[in-house]
Design a binder for this molecule. Sequence first.
Ligand code: ADP
Ligand code: MG
Length: 378
Amino acid sequence: MRLDPKALRYMSNDDFRVLTAIEVGSRNHDIVPAPLIAQLSHLRGGGANKRISDLVKRKLIATEQNSKYKGYKLVYAGYDYLALRTLSKRGTVTSVGNQIGVGKESDIFVVAGEDEKEVVLKLHRLGRQSFRNVKLKRDYFRQDQSPSWMYMSRLSAMKEYAFMKVLYENGFPVPIPVDQNRHCVVMEFVEAFPLRQISQVGEPGKLYSKLMDLIVRLAKYGLIHGDFNEFNILLKDDGSPILIDFPQMVSTSHPNAEFYFNRDVDCIRTFFKRRFNYESVLYPKFGLDSNKEFDLDVQVAASGFTKKDQSQLEKYMSELNEQGGNSGDDFVEDLPSDEEIVYESDENEDDENKGEDEAVSTNQSVDTDQDFDDQDFV
Ligand code: ADP
Ligand code: MG
């Protein structure tokens, strides 16, 4: 488990200023040099360096050397804290409880939300599995923006929240969306088990029809889930399904829409045959059953998750999938922070920062008037 909310209590404002400065600096720098962190955090006189070395020791940031200078980058733990702090300031997460899920690309916690009500916190962790390979292919994205795990995980969370919201508002059975910040989504805790864990149902035919109807209804609204399987369908006691996990949703106007649609349909057919020994000659067909009547895709774009965001995330995810499938059930403990970055325990800050001034002066200008105290960098 990599989320230790108790440690939040030991975080000072200056710690957060430094974390935020590194987050902001990361927009223009793969690794952020210490003088820039000092400048952005408005902490002078060695104050920033002291905080930096402390945060390195606590493994919230890591140090890295490139050909020109040594600098710092956030690792997931630091990014988690930034998001948690924002969510806790907004009151949508008040304390963190147990981890209930570990996917290939997410960690799921039950947390307390407003009025101590249980909600789910999903932390998106894109690039956890195949970071090394993706890094090799970075040039592919360079013209636009480098696909840091931080940026892509945030896009993934934004997408999930945007779709969940639009689906919820249109009456689809999905968790109630609560909040989103950075790589985190907060949503209703659904008291139900994934279909995967269910060995028997009263009337498999009835459930089968409900699920196929759901696929068809999504398509009528212009959408395909893209990962419609027994892991992403929760089954409530009353037999009604709740659909989760939306980062891979695509539009029915996507060039490969038919492929994704059929794959969703086949997942259900295969699962029902294997698990419940249930087969039906009836199943939806793309084109026949998927004629669009509404356009949720447009509503999603209007929510702030743009077509450009969508296509960038799609490129990145298809690269990840090329390298490792998309089943989501086998967790690979392979954080970028562990494999890419050398943690540093050495305390000699003066040496660390040598030669960085020059690097900073050649880099893009940064708005130093920003005040980080109460801002969310979303
Ligand atoms: P991943 O992208 O890693 O597959 P999911 O969103 O599918 O993440 O969630 C993984 C697991 O966490 C689910 O199979 C389910 O058991 C649990 N889970 C996720 N969201 C909820 C929720 N809102 N309520 C209850 N359980 C959930
Ligand atoms: Mg899933």
